[in-house]
Design a protein around this ligand. Structure first.
Ligand SMILES: [Zn+2]
Ligand SMILES: [Zn+2]
Length: 267
């Protein structure tokens, strides 16, 4: 039994065609008690994002319609980019979100997917590229105040242009520890994002070593999300995520109400 999927996209995200109702109906059929819709908002010029003045009233209608069956959490996934921090911070406080994922989708204005050749081409080797990724992630935590959870924090390993894109916690432990300590100090958390399995990485984002280290550092806030862009991927590989949480020593997953954490026992 799974509790909640806290990372979902609908056709309000430019990379999904799924109507919100199809996502909600699927979540109900899986027995989830709540879901967070976390559509994309990225401020890089090449992206468009939905008009939240229209999105929110429509979302409230859905909350009302489904309230006896499932709790719908008003979320958003904001692409964090410290060079655009004013836009990020202004946007986040302009709407009554329950839950905000902050994610690194671009680094120094290079989109990790669209500009992968250019971005990774800037560096001599993988270690330098991944170091820059984490340096920028730390700047994002310091400068973009308005998020609750850092999304898929080892995401750089999805789009690397190397023969082996793997990213070991041990190789970047100083930077990862610094990032995690900052998140903890600022009352923010991390997520276990199961999409890595669907991308053939054989792991969650981040991998188990990160989750274990986060627990060792007394991190408490951790959400579980599939990053589904279509109904059939909702709660995908959550058995693996829950097993990983238990193995790392977590007894609870985190849910959010008005951006305040509440805890649900892992079944
Ligand atoms: Zn993302
Ligand atoms: Zn996402």
């Amino acid at each position: 039994m799974f509790i909640a999927d806290y990372h979902l996209h609908t056709n309000a995200s430019s990379d999904s065609e799924a109507p919100a109702e199809a996502m909600i109906e699927r979540a109900i059929s899986l027995g989830l008690t709540e879901i967070a819709l976390t559509d994309h908002v990225d401020f890089d010029d090449r992206y468009t994002y939905t008009d939240y003045d229209e999105y929110i009233p429509a979302f409230i209608r859905l909350q009302e319609k489904y309230k006896s069956k499932i709790r719908l959490v008003l979320g958003v996934e904001i692409g964090l980019e410290n060079m655009l921090k004013e836009k990020v911070n202004d946007f986040a406080v302009s709407y009554p979100f329950d839950f905000i994922i902050g994610s690194s989708h671009s680094v120094k204005k290079y989109d990790l997917y669209f500009d992968r050749e250019k971005f990774f081409g800037l560096f001599q080797n993988k270690k330098d590229a991944y170091t820059t990724y984490f340096d920028e992630l730390i700047k994002n935590i310091n400068e973009c105040r308005t998020f609750n959870i850092y999304g898929h924090m080892d995401f750089v390993n999805r789009y690397g242009t190397y023969e082996d894109n793997s990213l070991c916690y041990g190789e970047f432990s100083d930077l990862v520890d610094k990032a995690m300590r900052l998140l903890i100090e600022k009352g923010k958390g991390i997520e276990i994002n199961t999409s890595g399995f669907r991308y053939g990485l054989g792991q969650t984002h981040p991998s188990f070593d990160f989750v274990k280290r986060y627990k060792e550092l007394n991190g408490e806030l951790i959400t579980v999300g599939s990053d589904a862009h279509r109904p059939e991927d909702i709660a995908a590989d959550f058995t693996a995520a829950y097993d990983m949480l238990r193995e790392a020593g977590f007894k609870y997953i985190t849910l959010f109400r008005y951006q305040k954490p509440v805890f649900a026992r892992i079944p």
